[in-house]
Structures are given as C-alpha cells and as structure tokens.
Design a protein around this ligand. Structure first.
Ligand code: ATR
Length: 281
C-alpha cells in the first residue's frame, strides 16, 4: 500500500531495467512493515548532479548507485564514508536529514558472505584475481577485516599496484601483486581465492581465470563474484578439486542487505529473501 507517508529509496544508474534491487528491497520493506518503496531511475551522465540534488529536494531517503555513476557521484555528496573513499566509489547513499552520505557496501557484502559461510578473514592469506572496481572494494574490506596477506593478480599490473598502494598506506595486511597466470605453487599458502575478473560472465561462460589443469590438494575457499551463470567454470574447477565455493549471488544479496541496514537500521536475514524468484537459491 502506498499512502501519503510512503518514503522512496531509489537506484540511480544506466541501464537499470535488469536490476534485482527493487525485488530485494521491496520484499524486505514488506517483511519488516516499513512504509517505503524502491524504484529505479535511469539517469544520464549529464543529469547526475541534478538527480543527486533532486534527492534532497524530494527528500528521497536513500539510494543505490550503479554503473556508470559510482565514481562521479562522489563529487556531489556531502560526506563520504572512509572505506568508500579508499575504494574510490559509492554504491549506497543515505539521506540524513538533508545531508547525503556515501557508502560502498560491495566489499562488505563479500566479507559478510565469507563470514556467513563460517570462514574467518582475520589472519588469512587471500588471493584476488583481477584489479577492477570490484577487486578494489573487496581488497579494502578484506584488509579492514585484518587479513594477514593479500595478493592481487591482474593482466594489467599497474591497476594491481594501484590497489596495493592503497592497502599499504591504510592497513596492516601485507600486499603483493603479480600477473594473472597462476601456478599450483602460487596457491600453496592461500586460504581464500577470489575471481573478480569478468572471465566466465554470460555469454562468455567458457572463459576461466585459472589453468584448469591445476590440481589443488589443500583447503581453499574459492569465490567468484560473477553471478550469471550461478556456477561459473571457475567454480566448477574448484568443485572438481573438492574445494568449498562461494558464488556471486551471495555477494549481491549481502551488499543489498548491508545497504538496507544503512537506510533503515534493520538487519535483515538472507532467508527473508527466499521468495524472491530472481535470486533462485
Ligand atoms: P568491475 O568493476 O566489475 O571490477 P572492471 O573494472 O571492468 O569491472 O574490471 C574487470 C577486471 O577483469 C579487470 O581486472 C580486467 O583486467 P585488466 O585490468 O587487465 O583489464 C579483468 N579482465 C577482463 N577481461 C579479461 C581477460 N580477457 N583476461 C584477463 N583479465 C580480464
């Protein structure tokens, strides 16, 4: 039911039609009896500043931000959370009585997925494949959760070095970088291995960021942030090696739950989303 007191939370991006966020958040608003609705707005780059200003004028309570606005939008906010600043991108905004505060819940979503599966991050050795925006948000949150070491492997080494410098300057985790060609020996001390590259993403489902002939005989939690398909070729490789896996849908759900908490102060359960068909878990 929409009435005179209904508040609005929105997604700002382009395109927005295929987003799962309206299904997730409208389901949660109903479950927790919160008089709010979530809607998507397709916003051009040239209109971004006006769109942000409209949030103040219309007293829109909060927003998610997606491609291509996650970096640019930082210029128009009143305050930016420290980790979002280090990540260099914002995916969530809270309208705090007219002050717009930017956060980034992507990396938090990943961390919560790992912790939710019963694994620790503190003291662990983590390897990240890829060095784009997703890798950066994950690296910052993993360092924030006191990983022992973080190794960033990427095709373009300068991007890996850039993330490494941010971690070195702000956290205690040790960091190193290298190329994307992983060997069996490289995995010997790794506890958590994460694919953040787009390799394996539909329709190029045959791509994989690792040499499939590598056989692993130790415990590694293998994670893929790609959620379409749900089981990537990378995760299949992990399962063939009897390794525990974490798929991208988990991170997607958890970044949304974290944003919901920022807006409402309510910490929903993953199980609350059982009936959301798009998530099919
Ligand atoms: P996101 O914001 O989702 O992280 P992105 O910033 O475009 O997306 O990053 C994509 C990542 O996938 C990058 O690490 C990219 O490597 P480069 O930095 O060298 O471009 C990686 N990637 C994409 N296609 C790849 C390929 N064919 N081989 C290896 N890495 C690839």
């Amino acid at each position: 039911m929409i009435n005179g007191s209904t508040k609005l939370i929105c997604l700002i991006g382009q395109p927005v039609e295929h987003s799962f966020s309206p299904s997730i958040h409208n389901c949660l608003f109903e479950k927790y009896d919160i008089n709010s609705k979530y809607m998507c707005f397709d916003v051009d780059k040239k209109s971004l500043k006006e769109a942000v200003n409209a949030m103040k004028v219309l007293k829109i309570k909060g927003a998610n931000v997606t491609v291509p606005h996650k970096v640019e939008i930082m210029n128009y906010l009143d305050e930016i959370d420290i980790n979002a600043k280090l990540i260099g991108a914002v995916n969530t905004i809270k309208n705090d009585n007219g002050r717009l505060i930017g956060y980034n819940t992507d990396g938090m979503g990943f961390v919560n997925s790992v912790l939710g599966k019963g694994y620790k991050i503190e003291g662990k050795n983590v390897m990240i494949l890829g060095a784009g925006g997703a890798a950066r948000s994950i690296a910052v949150e993993i360092a924030n959760n006191r990983a022992k070491s973080i190794e960033i492997r990427n095709r373009s080494i300068d991007k890996a070095n850039n993330i490494s410098n941010t971690i070195k300057e702000n956290f205690k985790s040790s960091v190193k970088t290298g190329n994307i060609n992983i060997t069996k020996e490289d995995l010997e001390n790794i506890d958590i291995l994460i694919n953040t590259t787009s390799l394996g993403l539909s329709p190029k489902v045959d791509q994989i960021p690792i040499d499939e002939t590598i056989k692993v005989d130790k415990d590694i939690l293998v994670c893929d942030i790609v959620y379409n398909p749900k089981e990537t070729r990378f995760l299949k490789w992990a399962k063939e090696n009897n390794l525990d896996t974490l798929g991208g849908i988990d991170m997607l759900i958890n970044q949304a739950l974290e944003a919901f908490y920022i807006w409402t102060g309510v910490r929903p359960d993953r199980e609350d989303l059982f009936e959301v068909e798009e998530l099919r878990f």
